[in-house]
Structure formats: structure tokens, C-alpha cells
Design a protein around this ligand. Structure first.
Ligand code: FES
Ligand code: FES
Length: 169
């Protein structure tokens, strides 16, 4: 057994779990944060994507013990509280119909949140590159790409006619 301490969605947690516990298992089974999904056994689908210490991570690829001491945000923690407005990325997925069955959506939203933490490039190739670790079986991606653009324009309102480019620093 190993003790895992994490700050998850702004709350400090500490639990003893078997050494081999994956971070996604810790989130779903120990903390009951079931918004983070498991869609594969091969680290390919991205349904388990969370943010660990400021970086987008597939939580099925990390042991809970490896993450111990870190700060995690899951899809449940994206907005400020239960009564707070939806995060712009969540709102954009609804507005643009960026989901059908919704299974991929939490991971997709976490990856988009990470992509939009800096002013993004919004051409299709750049967005597809940013989301290449996330698989959606339903939507054909068209509305997901639109949701990324919608959220970006909400988060980085630009003067009319300006082109949004990711900063190079
Ligand atoms: S569950 Fe599929 S990549 Fe993690
Ligand atoms: S909405 Fe069904 S897998 Fe993406």
C-alpha cells in the first residue's frame, strides 16, 4: 500500500491505496469523481484526460503514487463551483453540439481547456493536432472543432478583423 496526497479540484485529499493504483482509478474509485472516463486499455482514447500540475495528462498512464504531491483538475473542477456558470469550453460544446453520446466529452473538454490556456491557432490543422490524443466515435469532429473556435473567441475576444495567433514565447 502507498499513501497518495493530492490537491484535487481545490481540495486536499489523502488516501492509502495499492501501489499499482492508476491515477484514473484513484479519481474514479477512491474519490468517486466519475466524470473522468476510461475508454481503452491502450492509452489511446483520451477519455481519461485530466490536468496534472498544469499539463494535460492521460490519467490511465500515471500511477496515483507518481502523481502524489501534485495538483489535479478534473472535468468536475473546471467551473468555480456547482452554482458557477459553465466554463467557456463546456458552454461551447453545448452551443456547437460538440457531443453525441458524450463518452469522450470530459477528456475532450480537458484537452481543449489545456489548448486554450494560451491564445491558440484556430485553423483546422492546429486544432486537430491539439486533439489528436482524443478519439470521438460519434461526431466526426466537425462540431468539436467549431466548439474549440467558439470557446476561443469567448476567452480571447479580438478586435474585429484581428487574427488570433498563438504567441511564440
Ligand atoms: S482510458 Fe483511454 S487513454 Fe486513458
Ligand atoms: S460524443 Fe460519443 S464518443 Fe464522442
Amino acid at each position: 500500500m502507498t499513501e497518495v496526497q493530492l490537491r484535487v479540484n481545490g481540495v486536499d485529499v489523502r488516501h492509502e491505496v495499492p501501489d499499482e493504483t492508476l491515477l484514473v482509478e484513484f479519481l474514479r474509485e477512491t474519490l468517486r469523481l466519475t466524470g473522468t472516463h476510461v475508454g481503452c486499455d491502450t492509452s489511446q482514447c483520451g477519455a481519461c484526460t485530466i490536468n496534472l500540475d498544469g499539463v494535460s495528462v492521460k490519467s490511465c498512464t500515471v500511477l496515483a503514487a507518481q502523481a502524489s504531491g501534485g495538483t489535479v483538475t478534473t472535468v468536475e473542477g473546471l467551473r468555480a463551483g456547482e452554482d458557477a456558470p459553465l466554463h467557456p469550453v463546456q458552454h461551447a460544446f453545448i452551443q456547437c453540439h460538440g457531443l453525441q453520446c458524450g463518452f469522450c466529452t470530459p477528456g475532450m473538454i480537458m484537452s481543449v481547456d489545456f489548448y486554450l490556456r494560451r491564445p491558440p491557432k484556430l485553423d483546422e490543422e492546429s486544432i486537430c493536432h491539439a486533439l489528436e490524443g482524443n478519439i470521438c466515435r460519434c461526431t466526426g469532429y466537425v462540431n468539436i472543432i467549431e466548439a474549440v473556435r467558439h470557446a476561443a473567441h469567448d476567452m480571447y475576444p479580438a478586435p474585429a478583423g484581428a487574427t488570433m495567433e498563438r504567441s511564440q514565447s
